[in-house]
Design a protein around this ligand. Structure first.
Ligand code: PLP
Length: 416
């Protein structure tokens, strides 16, 4: 998708019309820098692919949960896919229309269910029989009916990293198609439930449309069976998962992805298609800025030690994922093979391994690309490190959307 907002101009790496170097100097590092334009472009690509048909793009909040990002999505007319009560609170705070919120996740608590019922969300994506029972009981105790979609596990291989494949039959997610059918029949007569749709989410960082198509076909069969049993669905949620170009991956355009759903619209006109993209909306829309502390040369390796580590961006450590790294000043220097690492006391703390980078010196700043999704949202305070600030750039203006944490923040709520 759109990474073109990050470009060198006169030797400086820019985000839109702002020099990343200036942001690092004025706000310090590590620093997450998001581009409004990139987020909008990526989000609008989904909307444009579905114009003229009923659809809802429910941005997956867990990819990047900052209120300013949710507000941006809300202004674009988008909804939210949430996976916790905390994410519900965020979406409501950003004034996202509750009728554009869907609630996913295998471990919803009764408290979270009650909060979402009171808010009046569009659908609970239910992942098991016991969850369905608890949801019905919770709804009845509040004198309501819970709108439900069952999350089906279509057993398709998304051909992605095992940690982010969720639609295989061995996965903890979703229900086998046969069991889902039986549960729909039960739910039909349940006074606490209102059947509204069917849902699946097969995985993340998918680089082809085929697995989506396979999943869609399985859901279509189920929908036809349900129709024959007198159950008509209004919503078909196909989850998120379209990948981004971290390191030369070829990602099909969103329009091609939307084509995968043509058969569904043909068979069920009037059906609302829901998509829950996260990574493909924000992933390429942000960089993480880190500053070089030391260039440490050992007999075996050369380490560029930066002030950003796995607590700030865990993807390289967790998934072995590749993030392009570039200096914020275009350096005409020879390339050297280095490991870019953080200050955390773990050997697994690295941002890049055996990477050819122009020689960088202490005090110089690097931009870690593709950091927008599962970057800040997966950050932690490990090693008692305050989490980075987040800024949102728009043209030549920028706004701090989350202040850098302080050591006071680190001990909030603690006592001795
Ligand atoms: C994480 C998640 C998404 C978003 O996935 P991306 O790969 O970021 O698009 C969508 N739906 C559900 C249920 C998820 O868990």
């Amino acid at each position: 998708m759109d990474a073109s907002v990050f470009n060198y101009r006169n030797g400086d790496l820019m985000v839109e019309d702002i020099r990343l170097r200036s942001l690092a100097e004025s706000l310090g590092t590590p620093l997450y820098v998001y581009s409004t334009q990139a987020i909008q472009t990526n989000f609008r690509a989904y909307q444009q692919a579905f114009v003229g048909r009923p659809y809802l793009i429910a941005y997956s909040v867990k990819a990047a949960s900052n209120l300013a990002i949710l507000r941006l999505i809300q202004r674009e007319g988008g909804g939210c896919d949430i996976v916790s009560g905390g994410e519900l609170a965020r979406a409501l705070k950003a004034e996202v229309d509750p009728q554009k919120i869907v609630f996913s996740g295998v471990g919803k608590t009764a408290l979270e269910m009650a909060a979402a019922l009171k808010a009046g969300i569009l659908s609970f994506n239910v992942e098991s029989a016991p969850e369905l029972r608890l949801l019905s009981a919770t709804a009845q105790s509040l004198g309501r009916k819970a709108p439900i979609s069952l999350r089906v596990n279509p057993d398709v291989d998304p051909q992605t990293h095992p940690y982010v494949a969720t639609g295989l039959r061995e996965s903890k997610f979703g229900l086998p198609v046969g069991e889902a059918y039986q549960l729909y029949l039960q739910a039909k007569n349940d006074p606490g439930l209102e059947i509204v749709g069917v849902d699946c989410h097969i995985g993340s960082q998918l680089t082809s449309v085929g697995p989506f198509q396979a999943a869609a076909e399985r859901l279509l069969v189920l929908m036809s069976q349900l129709k024959a049993a007198g159950i008509n669905l209004k919503l078909l949620d196909l989850g998120g998962g379209l990948g981004i170009d971290y390191h030369g991956e070829k990602i099909p355009p969103v329009a091609e992805y939307a084509q995968a759903f043509r058969a569904i619209y043909a068979a069920f006109p009037g059906l609302t298609i829901i998509l829950e993209p996260g990574r493909s909306v924000v992933g390429a829309a942000a960089v993480l800025l880190v500053t070089v502390l030391y260039d440490k040369i050992t007999p075996y390796k050369r380490f560029i030690i930066t002030d950003g580590g796995m607590n700030d961006l865990i993807r390289p450590s967790l998934y072995g994922s590749y993030h392009v790294i570039k200096p914020v000043k275009d350096l005409d220097r020879p390339l050297t093979q280095v490991n870019v690492v953080g200050p955390i006391c773990e050997s697994g703390d690295f941002l890049a391994q055996d990477r050819a980078l122009p020689l960088v010196e202490a005090g110089e700043t690097l931009a870690v690309f593709g950091a927008g999704a599962y970057g800040f949202s997966m950050s932690s305070n490990y090693n008692s490190r305050p989490r980075p600030a987040e800024v949102l750039v728009s043209g030549s203006t920028c706004r701090v959307i989350r202040a850098r944490e302080t050591s006071e923040d680190l001990i909030r709520g603690e006592s001795f």
